[in-house]
Design a protein around this ligand. Structure first.
Ligand SMILES: [Fe+2]
Ligand SMILES: [Fe+2]
Length: 316
């Protein structure tokens, strides 16, 4: 009958909707949208504070499970459980426990942007993870540190929005998908021909992000291995040509490399790594490194409790 849609037992929500591969719009009326999200195992999505104070989001887990890392501990939800988000003060990571399906209801129209964004980003992330699991984990950590630094230094940010910063940080190493896996994970020193692959990954990251996210994001990702004294790559830029967002990612990137076991290195504590970066003013931005040290000292940036310690592949 017109005016009513049923979702019968055994029939997936997706069969009655239409849209991208991961997100399906089931119903829409005015500002109200009801979607179904299908999200892969171990994938982390972020709940973001909404700019509209009247915004409300409702999440109902109907397959798999989710784990929310809140300030006062981790909350896990399974099939049949749900949560509502409204007036969130800061972003919260939500990890999928197995392949997960979520019914998502919001009064802030989001489907168009979510579906488009997801399709391209998911494809990129899947490519990174298949190739090099270290880079996948590293990308999430760099995102976390870069956003903490961004928030602390927001008054100095001119051209790059928080969203742009997040995209550039998460995908700064996406160009590594063109590096053969044997080179990416080779423990010994690389041959010159192999090094050339490494040296071009920031250019590839920039190229891959430019069309979808614009020049500011591309430039930020492309310059994450540039150093203030000109000793970096791929272009050997010097301080005046390296923007603050790229300097932030450079510090976040180095900090994660220093504090993560990569098969051969001595893992530094967060305090040691931040201290060391503060002493490298010729190559890393002093104000960014100092902000990182403060964020470590005041506990804003701290080691995850369940940090994995088994050897990882090498990263460059
Ligand atoms: Fe890199
Ligand atoms: Fe990196």
């Amino acid at each position: 009958m017109e005016g009513i849609t049923f979702h019968r037992l055994g029939q997936s929500f997706e069969e009655s909707g239409g849209g991208g591969p991961a997100t399906v719009l089931l119903s829409k009326q005015g500002n109200l949208e009801i979607m179904s999200h299908k999200i892969g195992s171990e994938f982390v999505v972020w709940l973001m504070p909404a700019s509209d104070p009247a915004a409300m989001e409702f999440f109902f887990v109907y397959e798999g499970g989710v784990e929310l890392a809140l300030d006062d501990g981790v909350v896990a939800l399974g099939p049949g459980e749900s949560f509502t988000v409204s007036g969130l003060a800061r972003e919260i990571p939500v990890k999928m426990l197995g392949d997960t399906r979520i019914l998502y209801v919001t009064n802030c129209p989001a489907f168009e942007s979510v579906a488009q964004f997801e399709e391209s980003l998911l494809a990129l992330l899947v490519r990174i993870n298949e190739k090099d699991h270290y880079t996948y984990k590293h990308s999430g950590s760099v995102l976390k540190y870069a956003l903490c630094l961004y928030d602390a230094m927001e008054s100095k940010m001119e051209t790059v929005s928080r969203n742009d910063m997040a995209v550039a940080a998460l995908f700064h190493d996406v160009g590594k998908c063109f590096i053969p896996v044997e080179i990416l994970q080779k423990p010994e020193a690389l041959e010159p021909a192999e090094t050339r692959y490494i040296l071009r990954h920031p250019l590839d990251s920039g190229r891959m992000l430019r069309a979808e996210f614009g020049e500011a994001v591309a430039e930020t990702a492309m310059n994450h291995h540039e150093r203030l004294d000109g000793s970096g790559y791929p272009r050997g830029l010097t301080s005046e040509d390296i923007g603050l967002p790229a300097r932030i990612i450079a510090v976040a990137d180095a900090f994660d490399a220093m504090t993560t076991f990569r098969g051969y290195n001595r893992v530094k504590t967060f305090e040691e790594a931040a201290e060391e970066l503060c002493g490298l003013e010729e190559i890393f931005d002093g104000a960014v490194a100092e902000t990182l040290r403060q964020l470590v000292n005041n506990g804003t940036i701290k080691k995850e409790e369940k940090e994995e310690t088994e050897p990882d592949e090498q990263t460059r």
